[in-house]
Design a protein around this ligand. Structure first.
Ligand code: THU
Length: 134
């Protein structure tokens, strides 16, 4: 079982939050994830003048995950501009489920919560009869 350094993960999330491109909402978000091989992956939100095209921080993080070698997310911390823990939006829960499954832990005000609590009865690769890593 890999050790989770929650304060360290939060520090990574806060550092990448400072890089957010959020001129429209003025709501910067940063997220950091621990991968099962010990890597840290990160992302920030990147908005667009065509508002609906804005990318959540989690989108950037899963791109970092894939482009840096893949693997499974084990633990995730997402923060807003004040460093408060942020709850992931519905679309991002689905993104995190794809790359961390039911077990990935997401830090909240009430402590770490497994994805199975944040997204119960999730639709995933097995519903398509696919093992993406098999
Ligand atoms: N946002 C994220 O980056 N992740 C979330 O899980 C919730 C919302 C961003 C999207 C938008 O740029 C800003 O926060 C305000 O909604």
């Amino acid at each position: 079982m890999i050790d989770i350094d929650w304060p360290g993960l939060k520090a990574h999330a806060e550092a990448v939050m400072a890089k957010a491109y959020a001129p429209y909402s003025k709501f910067p978000v940063g997220v950091a994830g621990l991968v099962d091989d010990g890597r840290i992956v990160k992302g920030c939100n990147v908005e667009n003048a065509s508002y609906g095209l804005g990318l959540c921080a989690e989108c950037g993080m899963v791109s970092d995950l894939a482009s840096s070698g893949g693997g499974r997310l084990v633990a995730v911390v997402c923060v807003d501009g004040q460093g408060n823990y942020l709850s992931p939006c519905g679309r991002c829960r689905q993104l995190l489920f794809e790359h961390g499954g039911k077990e990935v832990l997401f830090m909240t005000e009430a402590g770490p919560q497994p994805m199975s609590h944040l997204l119960p009865w999730a639709f995933g690769p097995e519903d398509l009869g696919i093992n993406p890593r098999g």
